[in-house]
Design a protein around this ligand. Structure first.
Ligand code: ADP
Ligand code: TYD
Length: 210
């Protein structure tokens, strides 16, 4: 039997307010418009573990930072392996998965409070199951991101302070350096008009759909 190559797995990363969701939606629309089946998704997920994580992030439940990091690992494995909505099965069935955040978010956010090596180790099972074909990092200064968040959101979550955003951006850059032999990360300047960023995104991903 001829083995079929799986569909592409594309991840958007960036600090809060960087414009990831906007770009993910535009890419999904562009792919759908040319007849490519896509599955848009995000982490934390909208499933049980992801919803519990969101209740912690919004201050409605409490947990130690190590527990939060471990919950993200569990949410990610469920997101990969679920029989119903698992990304692994979806890419294997030929549908492209476009995901807002994946394990680089864990490296960047949780290593504000704990060693990055611990976070990478905790996520190594996910990395072994499904590595993104490409991770698009939408890069923006923390000041600009905070300005957007203040303008557009009524409540700011735990993570959205300037100092934290600055630390998170630094951790992203550090994690890209540490994983450069294994990962394909493209950094895109996010402080430009939406359509210019979308063009760079398209130029980076189109080879996976030729
Ligand atoms: P994220 O998912 O990274 O938090 P969003 O895509 O939700 O970011 O964007 C955050 C806010 O900034 C939204 O209100 C969005 O409309 C706006 N926005 C997104 N991209 C740009 C851009 N290139 N220039 C200006 N504003 C933007
Ligand atoms: P969300 O509302 O999805 O934010 P955004 O629209 O900016 O993506 O909240 C997700 C938050 O969870 C965000 O602050 C990043 C954080 N996060 C982690 O701390 N670890 C992780 O592994 C992931 C995927 C997200």
């Amino acid at each position: 039997m001829k083995t079929q190559k799986r569909a592409p797995f594309i991840v958007f990363e960036g600090i809060d307010g960087s414009g990831k969701t906007t770009q993910k939606n535009l890419l999904c629309r562009r792919l759908s418009a040319i007849g490519i089946p896509v599955y848009p998704t995000r982490e934390p997920t909208d499933e049980k573990i992801g919803r519990f994580i969101r209740s912690i992030l919004s201050g409605n439940a409490k947990a130690d930072n190590r527990v939060i990091a471990a919950l993200f690992v569990a949410d990610r494995l469920d997101h990969l392996l679920s029989e119903e909505y698992g990304m692994l099965g979806i890419v294997q069935s030929g549908r492209a998965v476009i995901c807002d955040r994946y394990y680089f978010s864990s490296y960047a956010y949780h290593s504000v409070d704990m060693p990055m090596e611990w976070v990478m180790q905790a996520n190594s099972v996910a990395a072994g199951i499904l590595r993104p074909d490409i991770t698009l990092f939408i890069d923006i200064t923390p000041e600009k991101a905070m300005e957007r968040i203040r303008k557009n959101r009524e409540s700011t979550e735990l993570f959205e302070t300037l100092a934290r955003q600055t630390a998170v951006r630094g951790n992203y850059l550090k994690s890209f350096e540490l994983t450069k032999d294994a990962e394909n990360v493209v950094v895109i300047d996010g402080d430009r008009p939406v359509s210019d960023i979308a063009e760079d995104v398209w130029n980076a991903v189109k080879i996976y759909f030729e």
